[in-house]
Design a protein around this ligand. Sequence first.
Ligand code: RIB
Length: 313
Amino acid sequence: MASIPRIAVVGSANTDLITFSDAFPRAGETLFGKSFDLGFGGKGANQAIAARLCGAEVLMVAKVGSDLFGEATIKNFASFGIDTTHVQVVQGTSTGVAPIFVEPNGQNRIIVVKGANDRLLPADVDAAASKLSRVDTIILQFEIPLDTIYHTVRFARAHNIRCIVNPAPALPANLPDLLGADYFIPNETEAELITGRSVQTVEEAQACAGTLLQKGFRRVVLTLGARGALIADASGSVHVLAFAVTAVDTTGAGDAFIGSLAVFLAEGVPEKEAVARANLYAALSTTRIGTQKSFPKRADFEAEWTQRGPQAR
Ligand code: RIB
């Protein structure tokens, strides 16, 4: 039997404050929303939970604030069996929070207040080096300081560890510092910001992925929401279709994709099938309300994959 993947996430942890509403207020207006949900989120934390639910051993390297949200976040990681040795509390700082607004069709709008996430520094990565050097894969996103991300990409390269960079949310970054990544995985918005090219169609996604490869990335996976994902490298590109579902809340779907993909790749699943599986894992997450709590367990995922996966291979 293949060994259990060991995955580290160097990234953010937030508390999600999710409001469901039919409409959103204009300046000066007050409206009643339909319902509210409080949950654990943050792109890094979500990816860690997805990887754990898919069966990996997970190490989280993160910072939370000295408040109720920070304490609860650490307990939440521990309840899933995630290694929290390097999740530290920053005194006098708030935990990251994300007010999220969800429309009736499941689309969301998010404001992130980074709080303690902004205090995760290269020195914290060095402090975790002995554990980090033993993982198969390191995952990074853009809710922590860019210098920490660049430093971790170099660390992964130096230790020959697979490195996945998910440039979310969209931010201008110094691309040469990210080229050591094995996988660069933006969504349409992020890819548009980085390349300056529109990504409205699969053809435009192919052209955009080509631009990213020209900039020096070795392998790009461009996620396309309901249109699936595009894998591109020097040998060409492959469009991997999405799975049709009725979405009620798309929050965290991108994170479900990244965390599950890291596990499937580490298990040795061929790349196209790994992306198809991650597409299904992400799609299933949109059929339930909330962020981490919408992510399926591996057994439930496998039951769906058995029914729906073969045509995607
Ligand atoms: O990707 C979804 C996540 O973005 C939410 O959990 C929120 O915390 C923000 O980080």
